[in-house]
Write a protein that binds this ligand. Sequence first.
Ligand SMILES: Nc1ncnc2c1ncn2[C@@H]1O[C@H](COP(=O)(O)OP(=O)(O)OP(=O)(O)O)[C@@H](O)[C@H]1O
Ligand SMILES: [Mg+2]
Length: 258
Amino acid sequence: MHEPLLVVRNLTKAYGGILPANNLNFEIHHDEIVGIIGPNGAGKSTLMRLIAGVLRPTSGQILFKGTDITGQEISKTVNMGLASTFQIVRPFRHLPVIANVMVGCLSPRSKRKGEWVKTVEQRAANALEFCGIADLAKESASVLSHGDLKRLELARAIATEPDLLLLDEPLGGLNPTEARLVARSLKRLHKGGRFGRLHSEGPAMMIVEHKLSELMSIVDRVIVINLGKIIAIGSPEEIVKNDAVIEAYLGRDNSLAA
Ligand SMILES: Nc1ncnc2c1ncn2[C@@H]1O[C@H](COP(=O)(O)OP(=O)(O)OP(=O)(O)O)[C@@H](O)[C@H]1O
Ligand SMILES: [Mg+2]
């Protein structure tokens, strides 16, 4: 078996007495889409932000492609092939949508030597097309709806041609039809090809999502977090009938069937 793409070891984040990440241990492999679920406040975004390098852990280690990236600068991590989108979107609001994505195309990782601006623009346009917002390319990012901003972030992240994509609620703000469409595109991207450089294989993904039916239809494995701890890891089929998981959701008045 291949060495894991990502290894998370004894990862802990403390804010005073609060432990949104409490000694987390798991691995992500190249060929996986892994869903991260759990009730509100469980620590899902904290975990994603720790891996992305936005937050520094209190203790523990994150290895990406065998290299320790704990506390490493984000630009360096992106350049190694790890791209993220966040729960709270942060576009360059005064730039056109297409320019927001071109920034992704120009990361040292995906920039081609001697590439013409027109070509970069075409690649950014492909990413927008992929995310279903090609018609918004010339609009200022400041006029976009929340759902469209989520898709813009996704376009920007995939334009860096990552090997691991971390997505925090990528379907947030989308209506059911749009959510199904984006979920299906993510699966297609993962299966390889159909975008940009034509990865021989698509990126591995970690996806935090409350829209469980869409999520469960595309993931290979699910990690369930509650109160900063992993309470279950398994296939979608195993997870929906896991007692600890059902209890965590019911206990918070959250429905697994949502
Ligand atoms: N800067 C901070 N200082 C103190 N506590 C924090 C801080 N950031 C997050 N927390 C706490 O950590 C816990 C986990 O928050 P986190 O945002 O990771 O949850 P989540 O699982 O993403 O929730 P949601 O599903 O609502 O997005 C929460 O109890 C939150 O209040
Ligand atoms: Mg969150």
